[in-house]
Design a protein around this ligand. Sequence first.
Ligand code: SF4
Ligand code: SF4
Length: 385
Amino acid sequence: MEKVALLECAVYEVDQIEKTLREGFELLGGDSFLRRLIPAGSSVLLKPNLLSVVEKGSTVITHFAVFEAVVRILGEYSGNISFGDSPGQEDTRVAAEKSGLMEVAKRYGVQFCDFNEAVHCKLESPLMYKYWNIARGPYEADVVITLPKLKTHAMMYYTGAVKNQFGCIPGSQKAQWHTKLPDSASFAKMLLDLNSVVKTNFAILDGIIAMEGNGPRNGTPKQMNTIIMGESLTAVDSTAVRLIGYKDVLAVPVLKAAQAANWGTVLPEEIEVLGRSIEEMKCRDFKLSRNAKVINFLTPGLTSLVSTMTAPDPVLVEEKCIGCRKCQEACPEKARVISFIRHNGKVIPKWNYSNCIRCFCCQELCPKGAIITRDKALSRLLGLN
Ligand code: SF4
Ligand code: SF4
């Protein structure tokens, strides 16, 4: 049985979070567990979610108090800790400073790692891709600990421990992956390979205040009082999606791909939840981004085609749009999909849906939350959403 620690913490108060995390490590095996996780002399790379430049304490990113509590504990096991990420479009250093993480890092002697410096590497026995361009920092660190935020995600339904490492792809190279892998099933496989390249060793999921609805950037904060920790990224994610309301964890593309490839532990019956129980911590009114049923047709090709045909459309909430064009900049397909028109005295985006690959980078990176997703009539008809 794979073990995860499910913990309750209601406030972003560093002493309280540190106490909670110590309880979690204790449940997983205490000091001997930590010594095995971080062998003496190891370098440790922390990978928080720094999706974009947002205010300190925003639910878009990993909270600085969680980061500080982690640093306090891991500092007892490694004298060489660094952290980094690569937001989609913005400068990582600015994101780290604004988030409050840089200030914590400076106080504890944690090094900032620029994920734009890439290394070309090879993955033996991949699910999809053998050759990779990834950030040097996580590739070369002895131990990688991911610090994701629990959020909804328009393309992947949910973002947590596995998805968080997409930030290890340097800057604008992320868009190329979206073009190459427009459907969520192959994108999920790529994320699993990426975690194999990076060798992510442990996850601490910040779900104290999660994000529901129009995530991962423009959703609504949701108090969940939850922290989940574990060595298996898929087990952490599987536990998280059960808490937010997925009855079948295989409805989430990353978990479906992992189970099919025998990558990590996915099924609830193979996961021992320590600490709090799922029943105690379940959030009964969490607003999911997508709630697709698992669809399986005769062939994987047909299954993938139906998934693509039933994926929702990105649509504009016109009154929120400021015409900044960031959606077009973020779109891997650029002007093939998003053009700008004048309407009611404003310049607003217009979608050519036949060229749209439904990666939802536009929805994710719109600074005003002016893009939402809308289910297609076909998916409603098939009862898939
Ligand atoms: S939809 Fe969002 S990103 Fe696009 S122009 Fe409007 S405000 Fe900017
Ligand atoms: S319009 Fe949005 S969802 Fe469509 S391809 Fe561009 S970024 Fe992706």
